[in-house]
Design a protein around this ligand. Sequence first.
Ligand code: ZN
Ligand code: ZN
Length: 625
Amino acid sequence: MSPTPLFTAPSPSAPAPATTKYVLPPPDKLALLISNSKSTKQLLKLHGALYRHNLHQHPSLNFHLLRSYSSLNCLHYSITLFNQNSNPNIFLYTAIIHCLAQQNLHQQALLYYSQLLADSLQPNAFTFSSILKSCPLKPGKSLHSQAIKFGFDEDLYVRTCLVDVYARGGDILSAKKLFDTMPEKNLVSSTAMLTCYAKHGQIAAARELFDEFREKDVVCWNVMIDGYTQHGFPNEALALFRRMLKTKVRPNEVTAVAALSACGQIGALESGRWIHSYIENLGIKLNVQVGTALIDMYSKCGSLEDARLIFDKVNDKDVVAWNSMIVGYAMHGFTIDAIRLFNEMLRIGLKPTDITFIGILNACAHAGLVDEGWRFFNSMKDEHAIEPKVEHYGCMVNLLGRCGQVEEANKLIKNMKVQPDSVMWGTLLGACSLHGNIDLGEEIAEYLVSQNLANSGTYILLSNIYAAKGNWDGVAKVRTLMKDSGVQKEPGCSSIEVNNKVHEFLAGDLRHPKSKDIYMMLDKINGWLKARGYTPKTDIVLHNIVEEQKEQSLEVHSEKLAIAFGLISTQPGTTIKIVKNLRVCPDCHAVTKLISKITGRKILMRDRNRFHHFVNGSCACGDYW
Ligand code: ZN
Ligand code: ZN
């Protein structure tokens, strides 16, 4: 089949029409006209004129035409134009390679590169920097040897592109070697190297390089702030963001998204709100990315109302924005709202993703909706062609375990197509312990220990199961095993934001300048609890949340210190918002319920699993988390 002709312009052999008697501008003016063309129509008209004046093989004009077609999204015209050239020179080759590489068509760009070599042409520095742009690592490596062969590997632009190729490809050592031996470093190569460090978790190296930059543009600030956010250093991200604001560099959408995400991680609502109004004042548009970051920040910081306000305000929401809102509702245990939003999403024709289902299944798990959970889970494959991943199975195991359907959960794990992870086994083990399925629990715990997948929780649950069976030898064995394995417990840490500052507390912490007042408040709380006949829940090992040491005095758990600090440093009636890195323990949960009743304060606590809303003596989680 012969290809459809792309040009309406007359072919060179066609007789020139009588109307072409006017004089064409000189080639340099024509080149400018071509480069400034705003539409394909305009370009085709000029192209036709070149044909009529027999200028259609003019090398420089062809070069400009080729690039202009491509920049007007008509790459096929550029390709045809190139192919019609009987004797393309290196500039035309470089131009077509540049256009193809810009559209990420590396295979085709490489084909033209080998063709130019076959035509006995010499590539130049621009040919290399064009073809290396967003080139994958493997062909990038052979192009690197080509650049050495033709003597362009030390050219500033070629070297910058090479650093970028190795950095993007994850070959940090080669990237660093090339970067370090650069005769002269520029902002682009430094940013490429910085991106490489941050992407690969080498945050300290990234920061060192970042501090060396003499001038920093918004891109390198963004790379560093985002690097901190992505690798779990939200406090460092926010500190750097604040430093950026003191410079003349203006933050953009990317900066806003990274800084908001950092606020979400630490639950810093005041800071998040401040950034929100700051970006509004800067005139940063509420596009879908910024909107999603705000929804995420507000729901993670405990303000679902604000999250929903933003959700309703953002135009052209994509599935990521919908997912954020659904996940937000799920996290807070607002199951009905999550399901309602999910149905609304389907109604308007948006295709749910696997994240949508993690949200919706978690929502069902938090409310113990087994039938709905199964319905959603089955619909993933049946109606939406999404293969459930280990996380989805995990949600179902959690849901079934919560409702006491431990055997059912075990059956699900045994029959699933994916490999179970230790989190899933841990969930089932917790459910076994909670519902008294001693034999299955013992089987799972022993399996986890034998596979080296046990954490401190596993050992405590196993020891507990043995104790319940009266197997005291077993208990002693587990204690020794645990000691020998050197399993470390992640220390519990709770934070609270007061006056734009995040205060962190570890269990029994004495580092806070207001420690004396905090412990006085704790004494007061204990007095209230005693007066109401409260007895501490020392049997926490029976619960599936066993991440905090039992030996640690319950009274000084980190969340209690954070609440005490909140009580003494905020106005009566203010909601207290706590973020805990682990799951809240049953004693802290029970105590927080009572504190909410005694003080009349609403207390919002985000733990590793979900949000707890303590109001007037009860929690929205219904005491299951
Ligand atoms: Zn506790
Ligand atoms: Zn709760």
